[in-house]
Design a protein around this ligand. Structure first.
Ligand code: HEC
Length: 290
């Protein structure tokens, strides 16, 4: 008998299965870098060539052997191998020609005779594949990272963080020149303010160690427009008092986030409803350009 599967199918499917297994099971180790490595590709090419040569030799031996076989058997063998590969595959999957007799099961007690039809061979193959798959899946679930939801979550969480980091690195942050008050930033600004500033200014900005940010009195007047003044102070800190540190300059808070916080501070400062806050500090200033 010759091999039922031709080498061009065998080779490509074996290689793709290997690559697939490496990829899915060792995803976390960046396996793709090794698969696309020149050495692995070279190795795959050599294997392919060897397999093709092997099949060629196999064919030669097959033809040689046929010469010494009696006519009748030869005819049978040739019949079995007739047609191209796909035709033979089709026959192999859907017809099992050797056993076409149907077994009968006699129940005895009820007089019914049951036909024990053979299951279609494709069905049996599928069934076997599911059993093999379940065993592989079971052990890989137990032993390695593959398909374990907690580990998968962990991996994709780290991936996400890395992507965010790269994104933040590559997208230019807003600076004082192009920052402006945006109403849609107030909410996220409030959250950031509560995290970074509320210890000294209270979450409503009414003041604690730091001055009240909701009144019209300012110690630091560095810019003509109110929003930019707030941005300036958060970026550079205060010259008079290092307690108000340079959040932006030091890299502690990025430009985009400072725009959000400034939007919140601007909003609470302009809001006519003022909380009862710390007593005014600095000069009264109502002459902001915006
Ligand atoms: C460790 C305490 C502290 C923290 C945290 C802090 N500040 Fe301040 N802040 C101060 C002090 C003290 C001053 C007064 C500085 C001065 O006298 O010049 C000040 C001043 C300011 C001013 C200027 C007020 C004025 O009248 O000139 C603004 C605006 C301000 N802070 C916003 C913020 C924001 C926004 C954050 C969060 C990112 C923040 N601060 C975090 C202590 C703090």
């Amino acid at each position: 008998m010759r091999y039922k599967i031709s080498s061009f199918i065998m080779i490509s499917s074996t290689l793709s299965i290997i690559v697939y297994i490496l990829y899915t099971f060792f995803k976390s180790y960046n396996m793709m870098n090794y698969i696309i490595h020149p050495i692995t590709i070279f190795f795959f090419i050599i294997i392919t060539i060897l397999l093709i040569v092997l099949e060629f030799i196999e064919n030669l031996i097959f033809k040689k052997r046929l010469e010494s076989i009696p006519e009748e058997i030869k005819k049978n063998i040739l019949e079995e191998n007739e047609g191209n590969y796909f035709y033979r595959l089709y026959k192999f999957i859907f017809f099992d020609q050797k056993n076409d007799k149907v077994k009968k099961i006699d129940h005895g007690f009820d007089g019914i005779i049951e036909l024990d039809n053979k299951l279609p061979i494709w069905w049996v193959h599928l069934f076997l594949i599911t059993i093999i798959f379940s065993a592989v899946y079971f052990f890989s679930y137990l032993l390695i990272d593959y398909s374990n939801p907690y580990k998968e979550y962990d991996i994709s969480y780290k991936d996400q963080l890395k992507k965010i980091e790269i994104f933040e690195k590559n997208t230019p942050q807003i600076t004082i020149e192009n920052a402006s008050f945006k109403e849609e930033l107030i909410d996220s600004g409030k959250t950031l303010f509560e995290e970074n500033c509320a210890t000294c200014h209270q979450s409503d900005g009414s003041g604690n160690i730091g001055p009240n940010l909701t009144d019209n009195y300012w110690i630091n007047i560095k810019e003509k427009d109110l929003f930019k003044n707030i941005y300036f102070i958060i970026w550079n800190g205060s010259d008079n008092n290092p307690t108000m540190r340079a959040f932006g300059k030091s890299g502690e808070i990025k430009g985009n986030d400072i725009e959000k916080i400034s939007s919140y501070v601007y909003y609470i400062n302009r809001n006519p409803k003022k909380p009862k806050g710390k007593l005014p500090q600095g000069k009264k200033n109502l002459n902001w350009s915006i």
